[in-house]
Write a protein that binds this ligand. Structure first.
Ligand SMILES: Nc1ncnc2c1ncn2[C@@H]1O[C@H](COP(=O)(O)OP(=O)(O)OP(=O)(O)O)[C@@H](O)[C@H]1O
Length: 257
């Protein structure tokens, strides 16, 4: 599914948090959002998800204006995992993932075997099937994060919006999640702080002070000049002899105090 944003803006307390963002993300593309703290990445994701109704500008899903769709219709197309997604403390892990099926259920289509199979598959995808009966309140931060991703997968969306999905995960689960995301036949918009992980995206968008200041393939974006100007770091590109992939190593600028 194609997702587009036209002049998307959001103002709060008299200032632009997101400022005139235009985006066109192709079906199946993995689009990484990077930028310093407070540059507007999470807010932009919320605007793309239609969560923030005070947004200015337009979001379309396969050409259909998102504003014209009901919440249920949006949820059948698009799922979002926010940074600190919480849920009722008394639910089991499986019940949290079952919530993902809500947009597809009705009096005429109650939760059935197919829904249970989709939930089981989502739990397996994030390696949480062995904890399915555990209570949410007993789970670690990383386990909760993987469950929220499973909930989003169980929603069977065509667009997946992920806000720093690796921030609680150990390195094994970070790599497993990024591989899962890359292999999903979905359009994915993913906010990331790890710029080496961002290299694996098809395209990157760079946010700075609410604006999308650069957009393109990772090697064109992650240049020493941009890293210096936007992230205020120096960087050296190294080559991993294992697979000849480029890796960035960062250092403080000499001008830093
Ligand atoms: N509703 C709001 N009211 C006032 N300020 C807001 C609101 N929402 C976000 N902000 C501010 O807007 C800026 C952008 O926030 P946002 O969370 O989108 O940034 P971010 O790029 O995701 O940051 P981080 O990398 O730290 O997660 C921040 O300075 C934040 O404090």
């Amino acid at each position: 599914m194609r997702i587009t944003a036209t002049h998307l803006s959001f103002h709060a307390q008299g200032r632009a948090i997101v400022d005139g963002v235009d985006l066109d993300i192709a079906p199946g593309e993995t689009f990484g959002l990077i930028g310093p703290n407070g540059s507007g990445k999470s807010t932009l994701l919320r605007l793309l998800a239609g969560i923030e109704r005070r947004a200015e500008g337009r979001v379309t899903l396969d050409g259909q204006p998102q504003r014209g769709l009901s919440r249920r219709e949006v949820a059948r197309r698009l799922a979002m995992v926010e940074q600190q997604a919480e849920t009722s403390e008394t639910l089991s892990a499986r019940q949290v993932v079952e919530l993902g099926r809500t947009p597809w259920l009705s009096a005429l289509a109650p939760f059935g075997e197919r829904d249970a199979a989709i939930v089981a598959q989502a739990l397996r995808a994030v390696g949480m099937e062995h904890m399915a009966e555990r209570c949410w309140s007993t789970l670690s931060g990383g386990e909760r994060q993987r469950l929220q991703i499973a909930r989003a997968l169980a929603q069977r969306p065509q667009v997946l919006l992920l806000d720093e999905p690796t921030n609680h995960l150990d390195i094994h689960h970070q790599l497993a999640l990024l591989r899962l995301v890359a292999e999903l036949p979905l359009t994915v918009v993913i906010a990331l702080h790890d710029l080496n992980q961002a290299m694996g995206c098809d395209r990157l968008g760079v946010m700075a002070q609410g604006r999308l200041v650069a957009c393109g393939p990772p090697p064109q974006i992650l240049t020493p000049e941009l890293l210096r100007a936007i992230f205020r770091v120096g960087a050296t590109t190294l080559t991993d002899p294992r697979d000849n992939m480029q890796v960035l190593r960062f250092h403080c600028l000499e001008t830093d105090p």
